[in-house]
Design a protein around this ligand. Structure first.
Ligand code: MG
Length: 228
């Protein structure tokens, strides 16, 4: 039986060289105007929704919820305006294409990312990765603010796409931060951590992923890590 492999995007498959983070800061400023303080916060492993909450601590939850769609529209339009830069400056990490290709025989593959769905699509399109991932079977930062809530959403979508259920044991979550590992564990999925983001091998090891890789450059090692 094919498994369901859910890939984090930023820091795991690719880097946008800060373009997306800048687009997000621009959109936050457009959303709240010049007066409201925007807190600097780490984006790693967080959903975009969570980043909006953490960046605007003076706004209450109801206000955040009411204005989230407006933020997403501003952010996605800013990101779309940066398409040429994204194509020119984004990096797909070593081994990613080979890993995605090698896993197609064994798994359905979809994103599980803090990116809002439209932003994930733009990043994957601009880096040529979109054909490898089933965007309709993924889960995104506009589905929930809490990454821990995303795996069951992806599993449900995959079930309706492929007309079969995936038990947590048949799901693999791959990511570059402790939050990726935590959301996989909360769901009961197999977790694979890769140290191509801001966290070192030692930092990731503290969170006890089922497998840990320095990067995705060794396709045999990736297959072994993912398939167990
Ligand atoms: Mg990441």
């Amino acid at each position: 039986m094919k498994r369901l492999v859910l890939w984090d995007v930023d820091g795991t498959l690719l880097s946008t060289d800060g373009i997306a983070a800048n687009a997000m800061r621009t959109a936050l400023r457009q959303l709240v105007g010049p007066e409201v303080r925007i807190e600097r916060t780490s984006y790693a492993g967080k959903t975009d929704w969570q980043i909006v909450r953490d960046s605007l601590p003076s706004l209450d939850e109801a206000t955040i919820q009411a204005r989230l769609r407006e933020f997403i529209d501003l952010y996605v339009s800013e990101l779309s305006a940066q398409r040429e830069a994204l194509i020119a400056r984004s990096t797909v990490f070593a081994g990613v294409m080979a890993a995605l290709s090698a896993l197609t025989d064994y798994a359905y593959q979809a994103p599980l990312t803090g990116n809002v769905a439209a932003a994930a699509r733009i990043k994957l399109e601009c880096t040529g990765l979109l054909p490898w991932l089933d965007i309709e079977a993924g889960a995104y930062g506009d589905d929930h603010f809490d990454r821990l809530a995303l795996p069951p959403i992806a599993a449900r979508r995959a079930e309706s796409r492929y007309r079969r259920a995936f038990t947590p044991a048949e799901v693999v979550i791959i990511g570059d931060t402790p939050r990726d590992i935590a959301c996989g564990k909360a769901f009961g999925a197999r977790t694979v951590a890769v140290a191509t983001g801001p966290f070192s091998m030692a930092e990731l090891a503290d969170h006890r992923p089922d497998a840990l890789l320095p990067d995705l450059s060794n396709t045999d090692a990736v297959l072994a890590a993912v398939l167990g």
